[in-house]
Design a protein around this ligand. Structure first.
Ligand code: S3P
Length: 161
């Protein structure tokens, strides 16, 4: 069975674009998409109705069910150590790393629930989470093109699995 590669990283690091590239030739899934299909509403609406804790609980359950060559996670997957342990045990963890200002520029006009908390709050979240992403097996420079990042992943798959 193919070993899953878990793609982690802060909002705006390009995880979804990478997924769209990877799924051309491999089975790739996005946990946020899986979540929205599962609860039949978008994440912002879900946050409004049920709050972040409920979201995190569902997110962890979906992570347990997810199975694909590439599993793209939401930025908050690192909030729970159990999630990290599961990813570590089952596959290879790849973090996309990008400076905060670049992430913020990409996400500031989106309807992500956490972005509504404002730039300073999101920056503090970024600073708190950065060392959590850094525990990944590989940390990749997300300012490189999606194609270059994907090629790196193919190479890691050859060498690591
Ligand atoms: C979140 C990131 C989002 C989504 C949710 C919470 C977070 O995913 O899961 O809004 O806590 O960072 P993206 O990283 O794909 O934007």
């Amino acid at each position: 069975m193919i070993k899953p590669f878990y793609i982690i990283g802060f909002m705006g690091t390009g995880k979804s674009s990478l997924k769209r590239y990877l799924e051309i030739s491999d089975h790739a899934i996005d946990l946020d998409e899986m979540f929205e299909a599962h609860v039949k509403m978008d994440i912002s609406t879900y946050f409004e109705h049920y709050g972040e804790d409920a979201f995190r609980l569902q997110e962890s359950k979906l992570l347990q069910q997810a199975n694909a060559a590439y599993i793209v996670t939401g930025g908050g997957i690192v909030e729970r150590d159990d999630n990290f342990d599961l990813m570590r045990e089952r596959g290879v963890i790849i973090a996309l790393d990008l400076p905060y200002e670049m992430c913020w520029d990409r996400i500031k006009d989106s309807d992500r629930p956490l972005v509504r908390r404002g730039k300073t709050t999101v920056e503090a979240l970024y600073a708190r989470r950065r060392p959590l992403y850094a525990r990944a097996d590989y940390v990749l420079d997300a300012s490189l093109s999606t194609e270059v990042i994907a090629q790196t992943l193919y190479q890691i798959r050859e060498e690591d699995t």
